[in-house]
Design a protein around this ligand. Structure first.
Ligand SMILES: [Zn+2]
Ligand SMILES: [Zn+2]
Length: 379
């Protein structure tokens, strides 16, 4: 089969036309015919050698494919979940073959019994096991997301499997109610730092569609694509306030978006929560300062050497600082269903599998949106 294999760190992927196909599925495994596979920042981090995991490896931990065959345990899971041969599913990287015994697996907030996405004994597709940059892949029947019929195309599903679920979890952690209709009418504000990036432009769409006001912060280069995203949101787009952080300070943005506070009550004006997506001190500072007192700051990314932060923000302003990493599988499914039903779509650029190294070059040049391998494209 065709596959792209990372054989050395800091080198391009090697294309193979005769890579061995995976064996028949065992246990909880499903064999998937991959249709589309998306590139994530973590793929770039892995390829740089910073994660100290083994090679060779086939990357991509956000992909979509068609179910071909089942291991014996997977057959039972499929019956319970209403999955059958020929169904299109979304595949996140986490968690392949969790142990079923640890606290993560047992206390899993309503995911399938014994299935914990943060089980440290589980494999991660695209990182510790082979992922989606190949024609066929073994995945765990418990990790996949069902795709509503007629809902989403494979190239649209793939970017939701890491970027989508991560930003969905960040929004829930930021206090955005993802139960349909619940957020409507509440005049609440979430700031999204890095709003024009892969996760950010999905987060803007989810938050606006869920009825929240969004302060969408990015820098000049990313704002063109963000403008198109806001336009496509129609009425919901009217709740999105775009800020170019190169041209407007956080103080000026607050003055423009919120009513002027009474003297001495400045802490009463600002966002209820903020989500930090870029690995930057400037984004973190903006995200903390844009909050009103008692607000919540949710970190998704951070610089290698960490941030400098003002403990006074936590103590005197009572800001809560939280972090998220991907999300539970019930969140993954809720996010896919919501995206299908409310026209939330990643801005994508597609490449054939043979063009993966061109995709990676474009990624490092700062291409906007999500870059996706479409297995159906011929070079
Ligand atoms: Zn990822
Ligand atoms: Zn476990």
């Amino acid at each position: 089969m065709r596959a792209q294999v990372l054989e050395s760190f800091n080198k391009p992927y090697t294309f193979k036309s005769d890579h061995p196909s995976p064996p028949s599925p065992k246990g909880h495994e499903l064999l998937i015919h991959v249709q589309a596979a998306s590139y994530c920042h973590t793929d770039a981090v892995f390829a740089s050698g910073a994660m100290q995991q083994g090679l060779p490896r086939i990357g991509s931990h956000e992909f979509a494919g068609i179910i071909d065959s089942f291991g014996p345990e997977a057959e039972k899971v499929a019956q319970k979940r209403g999955l059958k041969k020929g169904d299109l599913v979304g595949v996140p990287g986490r968690a392949f073959g969790p142990c079923g015994e640890c606290t993560e697996c047992v206390e899993n907030d309503g995911d399938m019994p014994g299935y914990g996405v943060w089980c440290t004994r589980a494999g991660n597709l695209g990182l510790t096991r082979d992922g989606g940059f190949q024609e066929w892949c073994l995945v765990d029947s418990r990790q996949v997301a069902k795709v509503p019929e007629g809902g989403l195309k494979p190239v649209e599903i793939a970017p939701l499997m890491c970027a989508g679920v991560t930003v969905w979890n960040a929004l829930e952690t930021a206090g955005v109610s993802t139960a349909e209709g619940k957020g409507n009418g509440e005049a609440k504000f979430v700031a999204i730092l890095g709003a024009g990036g892969g996760l950010g432009h999905l987060g803007v769409q989810f938050a606006a569609r869920l009825g929240w006001n969004v302060v969408a912060v990015d820098t000049t280069g990313a704002l063109g694509m963000l403008g198109d995203v806001v336009k496509d949101l129609g009425e919901d787009g009217k709740r999105v306030h775009v800020v170019d952080a190169l041209k407007e300070s956080v103080e000026d943005a607050k003055k423009r978006i919120f009513e002027a506070p009474a003297q001495g009550l400045e802490g009463e004006k600002g966002c209820d929560s903020s989500i930090i997506l870029p690995e930057s001190q400037a984004a973190f500072d903006f995200g903390m300062s844009v909050l009103k007192n008692h607000g919540t700051c949710v970190a998704v990314s951070f610089p290698k050497d960490g941030w400098k932060f003002k403990p006074g923000d936590l103590v005197f302003r009572h800001i809560k600082l939280l972090g998220v990493l991907v999300g539970r599988n019930h969140q993954l499914q809720a996010m896919v269903d919501f995206a299908a039903g409310h026209n939330v779509r990643a801005r994508i650029k597609t490449y054939p599998l043979e063009g993966l190294n061109t995709l990676v070059e474009d990624y490092h040049k700062g291409a906007g949106g999500k870059l996706v391998v479409d297995m159906g494209l011929k070079q």
